[in-house]
Ligand binder design. Structure first.
Ligand SMILES: *[C@@H]1O[C@H](CO)[C@@H](O)[C@H](O)[C@H]1NC(C)=O
Ligand SMILES: *[C@@H]1O[C@H](CO)[C@@H](O)[C@H](O)[C@H]1NC(C)=O
Ligand SMILES: *[C@@H]1O[C@H](CO)[C@@H](O)[C@H](O)[C@H]1NC(C)=O
Ligand SMILES: *[C@@H]1O[C@H](CO)[C@@H](O)[C@H](O)[C@H]1NC(C)=O
Ligand SMILES: *[C@@H]1O[C@H](CO)[C@@H](O)[C@H](O)[C@H]1NC(C)=O
Length: 570
């Protein structure tokens, strides 16, 4: 008997868990707390044929419990005396209506129908389900620290039947226990009174940096009803400082007098708010700020600077600050007046924080190198400028040099005019300030060149009627110079010059000159004779009918040619 009842309970349990699999025994599913309809043979029997309908249930251990009876043409009579007394009634189609279903109602109810002489029984297995009342995350962690397994929260599914499984998701992606970053512990508590199961699931989670703003939810899927999802929870992700950087915020290039702001940038959540600044041996603590400003920097400010966390001095960053400076000193400066022939000592110094480039110009024209004046000439006068650059920095210095001195005549010369009728005298002088030029005779067409680099050239045209000695005189406030030149009358001078030339030449030159002269003369005569012969042969219009020129004509021609060649040599 005991054995039998045990196997019976087993069957019930199985039926409850796998209702559709039970063969021969119909199962109905009821929802907890609601009214459940248990059909009697699915209403297949015609009501007018039924004499008596009776509902009973299995009290366990094979004992039947009466519920109600209906006889033909009579009202339903409730025969239950126990807990079912106020909860049962019968529908017109013989179904048993059971209100306020509970888990204890999960048993077999039997409908017994008497028709004529037949008595038929229809047992129905009852299963009661209940969706969880609510799904909530409790015991939520205040914050998640990166890399540390933390109890994120507990998800509780209240009072369900059968007990539900809880799953966790992050951003709608299922979290699966992996023994490292995700760990889930579930437990089920059965209410001793109602028999309902409350499932709890604790998620332990090791956060990552990107979990900031991640939405964590838990959910259940019950046999009946839709998926239940908790409201999402988010967490503050904390982590300690891992990286620290010191930035120097300043103008580029940083020069003396500027300000530099040191900024200590550290990560971490929450980020540190106080820092130590190490200013070349001096320690400055800054609270509720991450910057420190050095004003009016000087070249002494150059050096290494550091910042560190107050509560973790090993986290430290450093940065080199370089204050650029470029000082130049050029001596002399301003306007300098010097006499020609003197020396001028230049001193030029550069004091700079880096490598610099120097370039010189004189009157805006580039010079190859730094100028040197060991013996000043008028040419040296001008504006000298040096420019020193170092990166974006540049400096300039300059001086204006004026070389002065009494004028000197460099050259006094003469030229024969193109027409042979006049001569041009040229007086070239040097001096500063600009010398005045004067001649001992009155010439024509005086011509004065521009005064450049202390030089001036003066020209006059003369027509010498006799041998003359002409002098050129140049003067300025520092003194004067004069030179004379002999000018001969035009016709005579040709011969004189030629003779002078010959006298000047040495013996070899003379011999060579004579030989070359004879050769040239011979060739020219030959050529002229040939031309003359050809012309007289071609046409007799010039010399008349005679084919051969007379000896007189030939002589005249030879004389003419000789004259020409002599002129050409001069
Ligand atoms: C019996 O009647 C009720 C209404 O009284 C109805 O809801 C139910 O479906 C019927 N059952 C069968 C098996 O016909
Ligand atoms: C900046 O410092 C220099 C000396 O290093 C000083 O002469 C100057 O007056 C300072 N300027 C200001 C504005 O404090
Ligand atoms: C040059 O001309 C001026 C007048 O034009 C005259 O007085 C002077 O004597 C002349 N000088 C010479 C050297 O001929
Ligand atoms: C000029 O001088 C030359 C010698 O140098 C002389 O032969 C000539 O006769 C002189 N002419 C006049 C016009 O005085
Ligand atoms: C010019 O000629 C004279 C002689 O007439 C002479 O004494 C003098 O040295 C000559 N001057 C120049 C510069 O040639």
């Amino acid at each position: 008997m005991h054995l039998l009842s045990a196997s019976c309970v087993c069957a019930l349990l199985i039926a409850a868990l796998l209702p559709s699999r039970v063969s021969g025994l119909e199962t109905v599913i009821g929802l907890y707390g609601e009214t459940l309809e248990i059909p009697c043979n699915n209403g297949a029997i015609k009501a007018e044929d039924v004499l008596i309908t009776k509902w009973k249930y299995d009290k366990g251990e094979g004992l039947p419990g009466d519920l109600l009876v209906k006889q033909k043409n009579q009202n339903v009579s409730i025969s239950a005396t126990d807990e079912y007394k106020g909860r049962v009634s019968m529908a017109a189609n013989s179904s048993l209506l059971l209100s306020a279903a509970k888990l204890a109602d999960q048993r077999t109810f039997t409908c017994m129908v008497v028709t004529g002489a037949d008595i038929t029984e229809y047992p129905v297995n009852v299963v009661i389900y209940k969706m969880p009342a609510s799904l909530e995350i409790s015991d939520k962690a205040d914050e998640l620290e990166i890399g540390r397994l933390t109890e994120l929260g507990t998800c509780v599914a209240q009072e369900a039947n059968p007990a539900v499984n809880i799953t966790w998701s992050k951003n709608n992606k299922l979290l699966v226990a992996d023994g490292k970053g995700v760990s889930i512990q579930a437990s089920v508590l059965v209410d001793p009174v109602t028999g309902l199961s409350t499932t709890s699931s604790i998620l332990e989670y090791s956060a990552e940096k990107e979990d900031t703003d991640a939405k964590f939810t838990c959910s259940t899927q019950h046999i009946v009803g839709a998926e239940l999802v908790s409201s999402p929870v988010t967490f503050t992700i904390t982590y300690s400082t891992e990286n620290i950087v010191l930035q120097a915020i300043a103008q580029d290039p940083l020069v003396e007098g500027d300000n530099v702001t040191l900024k200590c940038v550290a990560d971490g959540n929450p980020a540190p708010t106080s820092f130590n600044f190490h200013l070349k041996g001096e320690l400055v603590k800054v609270e509720n700020a991450d910057t420190y400003t050095i004003t009016n920097v000087s070249r002494d400010t150059t050096g290494e600077y550091k910042c560190s966390l107050i509560d973790n001095p090993t986290l430290e960053a450093s940065e080199d600050i370089t204050v650029n400076y470029l000082d130049i000193n050029l001596n002399p400066s301003g306007n300098i007046i010097k006499s020609a022939g003197e020396a001028l000592d230049l001193t030029f110094q550069i004091d700079a924080s880096g490598e610099s480039k120097v370039s010189w110009t004189k009157d805006n024209v580039k010079l190859d190198k730094e100028p040197k004046f060991t013996k000043l000439t008028y040419l040296d006068s001008g504006r000298y400028e040096c420019k020193v650059t170092m990166g974006l920095l540049s400096r300039k210095a300059s001086f204006e040099l004026l070389v002065e001195g009494a004028p000197v005549i460099r050259q006094l010369s003469k030229q024969r005019g193109e027409d042979g009728q006049h001569k041009v005298l040229i007086c070239e002088a040097e001096g500063s300030p600009k010398p005045a030029v004067s001649w001992s005779i009155n010439g024509t067409s005086p011509e004065e060149s521009p005064y450049i680099n202390g030089k001036i050239t003066h020209k006059i045209t003369v027509v010498p009627s006799a041998n003359l000695t002409v002098s050129c005189t140049v003067t300025n406030e520092f003194g004067m110079d004069t030179k004379a030149i002999n000018v001969s009358s035009l016709f005579v001078e040709v011969r004189v010059d030629k003779q002078d030339q010959l006298e000047d030449s040495d013996q070899t030159k003379l011999v060579v000159g004579v030989v070359v002269g004879l050769l040239v003369a011979t060739m020219v005569i030959g050529l002229a004779y040939w031309v003359y012969m050809k012309k007289s042969k071609q046409g007799s219009w010039k010399t008349g009918e005679k084919e051969n020129g007379s000896s007189e004509e030939e002589k005249k021609l030879e004389e003419k040619v000789e004259e020409n060649s002599q002129k050409a040599e001069v």
